[in-house]
Design a protein around this ligand. Structure first.
Ligand SMILES: [Fe+2]
Length: 261
C-alpha cells in the first residue's frame, strides 16, 4: 500500500493571524483530575471549541493514550464527537496519539489529522481509520483563528496549537513542550504576528524548581494571564512557577473547562 499525505500550506503566510471571539478549552484527559468523578491517565487531550459570530469550530488537540479515559470523560462532559472537524496531534508519542485509531471512527469521515512530521506507521493508522493526514512542517492557520506553529524539531518533532482570541491574545496549547516552552512562545508570537500571549496550557516538559522559576519569570515578563502547566510538568517545577506568577497560575486536570473571550 502506498501511503500518501497532504502538506499543510498557509496561503496567508506572513500575514497576521485571524481572530475568533472566544474559545472554550476543555481538558478531556490529563495525568491529574480536576474533579474526582473524572478519569485520569498519563497523557493529554483537549477539546477546543472556537466561536466567531454565528460560526463555531471544534477540534481535538491530542487524544491521550487511553481510549477508556477519553471516552468516559467525553461522555460525562457531553462533548459531541461527531462535530469534531479536525484532530491536532502534537507529536508522535503514545500518550498523545495512542487513542487516535479508536477515536477516528467516532468523528467525521475523512477528518483532517494535523501532524508535525511524517511517521509512516502513524500516517498509515490515520488512513486506515479513514482520516486524512496533513503534515504541518510550516506554520499554518488551518481553520480561521487556529494555527500550527509548524514543526519544531529539537530532538523530538513537535508542533503546538495557537488560538487568537480578539481583545485577549494568543492561547497556546502544548502537548509535551519538548522544543522548550520559552522557544515555543517565541515562535508563537513570531509566526502569528500577535504579540500578546494570554494563556499557555499543556505539558511544559520541565521538572525541577529552578526551571519552573525561570519559565515563570518569562511568563511574567510577557504578562501571561493564565499559566496552566500540566501533564509532563514536574510538581517541583509547577510550584516554582506558581510562586513567581501568583494568581495567574491556574490548575487544570481532566474535566476542567476554561472559556476565554
Ligand atoms: Fe507526553
Amino acid at each position: 500500500m502506498v501511503v500518501t499525505w497532504a502538506v499543510c500550506r498557509d496561503g496567508r503566510l506572513g500575514e497576521k493571524m485571524r481572530e475568533v471571539n472566544s474559545v472554550t478549552v476543555t481538558t478531556i484527559v490529563d495525568n491529574d483530575v480536576w474533579e474526582k468523578s473524572f478519569s485520569s491517565s498519563w497523557g493529554i487531550s483537549f477539546h477546543v471549541e472556537t466561536f466567531k459570530k454565528n460560526e463555531k469550530h471544534a477540534i481535538l488537540m491530542d487524544t491521550s493514550g487511553s481510549f477508556e479515559s477519553f471516552y468516559k470523560n467525553t461522555s460525562k462532559l457531553g462533548i459531541d464527537l461527531t462535530a469534531v472537524e479536525g484532530i491536532f496531534i502534537s507529536h508522535w508519542h503514545g500518550d498523545h496519539y495512542g487513542a487516535l485509531n479508536q477515536i477516528l471512527p467516532l468523528v467525521k469521515h475523512s477528518v483532517p489529522v494535523y501532524v508535525p512530521s511524517v511517521y509512516s506507521s502513524g500516517i498509515r493508522e490515520i488512513k486506515n481509520g479513514n482520516g486524512n493526514p496533513v503534515v504541518c512542517s510550516e506554520p499554518t492557520e488551518f481553520i480561521e483563528g487556529l494555527m500550527s506553529t509548524g514543526e519544531m524539531a529539537t530532538g523530538i518533532s513537535e508542533h503546538s496549537l495557537l488560538i487568537n482570541v480578539a481583545d485577549k491574545g494568543l492561547v497556546v496549547l502544548t502537548g509535551c513542550g519538548h522544543p522548550g516552552i520559552i522557544n515555543i512562545l517565541k515562535r508563537a508570537r513570531k509566526t502569528s504576528r500577535v504579540d500578546k500571549v494570554y494563556a499557555v496550557m499543556g505539558g511544559f516538559h520541565i521538572s525541577d524548581t529552578n526551571s519552573g522559576v525561570e519559565v515563570g519569570e518569562f511568563l511574567k515578563e510577557l504578562n501571561v494571564e493564565i499559566a496552566s502547566p500540566c501533564h509532563c510538568t514536574g510538581y517541583d517545577a509547577r510550584n516554582g512557577m506558581a510562586k513567581v506568577v501568583g494568581e495567574k497560575y491556574v490548575r487544570i486536570g481532566s474535566g476542567k473547562i476554561i472559556t476565554i473571550g
